[in-house]
Design a binder for this molecule. Structure first.
Ligand SMILES: [Zn+2]
Length: 118
């Protein structure tokens, strides 16, 4: 009697164990931290401030600028910090990199959810 055939895809590689990741804390420069504060407060971004400062206006209240909505402000901050925590969606403060099979997997975490690997 013939054995029943089972579905087997020979092209699927064997699963590999997830390697140990390397945690990297994101280091923001003072300038970037300052810019994040400005963005969240709805102040003009550096590009706009520079233009006004070139003309001698340094008071942000005198600069004509329509602040973006909350969502766009958060988007702008996300561009600076790199991304969002994959657990809670807050801004990431840590990046975990796994090197496996010639590729690098990047996971982003906030300081609360960064996994313990030590
Ligand atoms: Zn988180």
């Amino acid at each position: 009697m013939q054995k029943p055939q089972t579905f087997q895809n020979v092209n699927v590689p064997n699963p590999v164990k997830k390697p140990r990741g390397k945690i990297v804390k994101i280091q923001l420069t003072e300038e970037q931290k300052e810019e994040i504060k400005h963005i969240l407060a709805g102040h003009p971004p550096k590009k706009v401030r520079d233009r006004y400062e070139k003309n001698g206006i340094t008071d942000i209240n005198l600069m004509k600028y329509r602040p973006p909505g909350k969502r766009n402000r958060l988007d702008a901050v996300r561009k600076i910090v790199g991304g969002l925590c994959c657990t809670c969606g807050n801004f990431n403060t840590h990046v975990v990199k796994y090197k496996t099979q010639g590729i690098t997997i990047v996971e982003r975490y906030c300081s609360e959810h960064v996994p313990d690997m030590i």
